[in-house]
Design a binder for this molecule. Structure first.
Ligand code: P53
Length: 484
């Protein structure tokens, strides 16, 4: 049995659904200069806004104007919580403004009030791929100054909203920058272009260090402002399986997992693990890490571990000649897992992997409360014309989504019931269709609610229920007992 107050809900991020990118005094963010793309075609990060380019986040699904109606739909499904982010550039349009933007603060006041009126607890991410562009243009978290800027943003939010928002997360998928050697994740997570660096990996770990300090100082600040606040980290689950039982594969999988665990180890345990300091030494990184930073990190450990779970990876030591003992910034030894199906975006579908991840975190971090804050599958879907004509049928009979979520919820329940994992809640990603972070597509849909908006900007913007809407409502109503 899940806890009585289990936090069922859904998750989104401001830049992926709000739109209104230049409204309410908002400044530009990292997401506002990313073009729309496709699987296999990377999003372009443009130098300012280019005439004629397609920026899907500018309008997104217009939640900035529709949130009252959308939240009412979440309430109809019975959501106990709703995870969204605060767009940093609505609060500090240039990142270093002397005063926060009152209009931006008031927007989130109303959004959170609206949730609370429906009995929905907001769960808030502070930095979800949407750093103010002005800070990115200065190199983002490459520089120590970003620590103070983030802490000021965080403190402003805790002070303003602590009576409305109990659950917070500092940096979304903070580890996801360690697994890619392209610009996307250094830009979205840390606000700099890896390609412009001599050693992007070194710069990434330096930026990550400043984020660890910023996160820890934010956690401590939150507890000082209101001891009831619960602040978590947010890790992208990326387990690496060995392709075979050859110890070389097992060790490679283990070592590659360090790319993920490092980020949780520091934020949960409050110190750098030995494998990381050794790695930095071996690579000659010579990072700017002061004693005061380490004291901050030790004093600001998180209250819970939030994570996203989409897929697992598999490694084959023979697939690559690179040093298999290093946390190389080069995953050419990642191969297909012959046991797992994949989505159209080549993400493996691995429900049992969710149970394994929950167990591993539980054992590694001594029963820390965990929160699955993203899970789901992107699917290309067409709006049923009968639904569009208002005939009262589902927009989409999305049985694949139901099967995917059901299989993951089953494994999550086994982790709780049989393995004794301490789980706080579950918020599937993109509970309403929104802009994909990875590709900028609108057609990569995750929602229980269909949004009539397409990649060419066409569509009425109207909302329609999918079959999964009523399915999820039943799941929540029975606290996960009736999975259909
Ligand atoms: P999309 C991969 C690529 C991009 C963002 O992703 C990702 C991941 C998964 O680890 O992270 C999260 O939209 C992220 C969300 C994002 C979601 O995964 O590319 O926290 O912002 O939308 C799904 O399908």
């Amino acid at each position: 049995m899940l806890k009585k107050d289990f936090l069922w809900g859904g998750a989104v991020a401001a830049h992926q659904l709000e739109g209104g990118y230049d409204q309410g005094g908002k400044g530009l963010s990292a997401a506002d200069v990313m073009t729309g793309a496709r699987h296999g075609v990377p999003r372009r990060i443009t130098d300012g806004i280019e005439e004629g380019a397609w920026y899907p986040n500018h309008e997104a699904i217009d939640f900035y104007h529709t949130y009252r109606d959308d939240i009412a739909l979440f309430a109809e499904m019975g959501f106990k919580c709703f995870r969204t982010s605060i767009a940093w550039s609505r609060i500090f349009p240039h990142g270093n403004d002397v005063e926060p933007c009152e209009e931006g603060l008031a927007f989130y006041d109303d959004l959170f009030d609206c949730c609370l009126e429906h009995g929905i607890k907001p769960v808030v991410t502070l930095s979800h791929f949407e750093m103010p562009l002005a800070l990115c243009q200065r190199g983002g978290f490459k520089h120590r100054e970003a620590i103070d800027e983030f802490v000021r943003f965080a403190t402003t939010c805790f002070t303003r909203y602590h009576e409305k928002v109990e659950y917070w997360m500092t940096f979304n998928e903070i580890n996801n920058q360690a697994t890619y050697d392209n610009d996307f994740f250094t830009w979205t997570n840390s606000g700099f272009l890896g390609s412009a660096e001599d050693d992007p990996e070194r710069t990434m770990y330096q930026a990550a260090h400043y984020e660890f300090v910023a996160s820890a100082r934010a956690v401590a600040a939150a507890h000082g402002i209101d001891p009831n606040l619960k602040v978590g980290c947010m890790i992208a689950s990326r387990q690496y399986y060995p392709l075979t039982c050859n110890p070389a594969d097992v060790r490679l999988a283990d070592d590659t997992d360090h790319e993920t665990y490092l980020f949780a180890d520091v934020q949960v345990r409050g110190a750098y693990p030995a494998y990381a300091t050794r790695y930095f030494e071996r690579r000659g990184f010579d990072l700017d890490i002061t004693d005061a930073d380490l004291a901050d990190i030790a004093a600001g450990t998180v209250d819970y571990l939030g994570f996203s779970y989409y897929m697992t990876n598999t490694v084959d030591h023979a697939a690559d000649a690179a040093d298999p003992t290093s946390m190389e910034h080069n995953n050419s030894y990642v191969v297909k897992n012959p046991y797992l199906p994949e989505t159209a975006w080549e993400w493996t579908i691995d429900p049992e992997g969710l149970r394994i991840q929950l167990k591993r975190f539980d054992e590694r971090y001594a029963g820390i409360p965990q929160f699955i804050v993203e899970n789901g599958m992107g699917i290309i879907e067409d709006l049923d014309p009968e639904a569009a004509a208002g005939k009262g049928v589902y927009a989409v009979e999305d049985d694949d989504r139901i099967d995917y979520l059901k299989a993951h919820i089953e494994q999550m329940e086994l982790a709780v019931e049989e393995d004794g994992v301490n789980l706080m809640g579950y918020t599937p990603w993109g509970c309403i269709d929104l802009v994909s972070a990875g590709t900028g597509e609108l057609r990569k849909r995750y929602g229980f609610i269909y949004v009539d908006r397409n990649d060419d900007g066409s569509g009425t913007g109207k909302r329609f229920k999918k079959k999964s809407f009523d399915w999820y409502k039943q799941v929540i109503a029975t606290n996960g007992e009736d999975l259909g």
